[in-house]
Design a protein around this ligand. Structure first.
Ligand SMILES: Cc1cc2nc3c(=O)[nH]c(=O)nc-3n(C[C@H](O)[C@H](O)[C@H](O)COP(=O)(O)O)c2cc1C
Length: 194
């Protein structure tokens, strides 16, 4: 069974946020926790249509590659999201992924039949990378992630925002950044998954 679903949401394969995500997940794998990494860019997900058809049964009528992701998020214990900071927010790919959980919002708040119960103790984490030396530029992304995890009944397990990373793969020249991602993974696993 997969215990962590790792979502990479940069359009750049092996970009900074994805490499930070991999370091984070390495700490989990070393503890015997299995990880599945998914790149949203490869899935070409449709945005939420706001059609409200999910109000009927909590299911999304858009039959694209989001469908298996609902099952995975319901099954795993940890959900780790990685994003580049784009104009002080999440990548569009990650926002689309989050918005597509509107059906879970309906299931929780309108139908009172959530797909995940808070008591199950599942936990979510956000990793972001940005070019500027402005930690506060990640604040919006963190705030959005908190709302998202709350809405899908995942406990908010924390966030790591890394700055000063611009070009693709630049994080490989920043051992301190990779180390902090690894340390964050260790802390997350110890706090929520073991
Ligand atoms: C459209 C766009 C918007 C960006 N906006 C910001 C920003 O608001 N703040 C910042 O620090 N970096 C910004 N950046 C830089 C990226 O966040 C940075 O290069 C990041 O490390 C990329 O991660 P990735 O390699 O995983 O894609 C932006 C980059 C792009 C392409």
């Amino acid at each position: 069974m997969t215990n962590i679903l790792a979502i990479s949401s940069s359009p750049r394969r092996n970009g900074n946020s994805e490499l930070a995500l991999r370091s984070f997940c390495l700490a989990a794998e070393e503890k015997g926790i299995s990880v599945e990494l998914i790149r949203l860019q490869e899935l070409r997900l449709e945005p939420c249509r706001g059609c409200e058809l999910c109000a009927k049964d909590g299911r999304c009528v858009v039959k694209d590659k989001m469908q298996p992701l609902y099952e995975k998020v319901a099954a795993v214990e940890g959900l780790v999201l990685a994003t580049p900071i784009y104009f002080g927010s999440l990548s569009a790919q990650l926002k689309i992924f989050m918005d597509r959980f509107q059906c879970w919002w309906q299931a929780k708040y309108r139908l009172k039949k959530p797909f995940v119960l808070l008591e199950e103790g599942k936990a979510g984490y956000l990793i972001s990378t940005g070019a500027l030396q402005r930690a506060d530029f990640a604040d919006n992304a963190v705030a959005i992630a908190k709302v998202f995890f709350h809405s899908i009944n995942y406990n908010y397990g924390g966030s790591l925002s890394l700055q000063g990373l611009d070009h693709k793969g630049e994080i490989d020249d920043d051992p301190a950044a990779l180390k902090s991602a690894y340390a964050a993974g260790k802390e997350f696993v110890n706090g929520y998954l073991l």
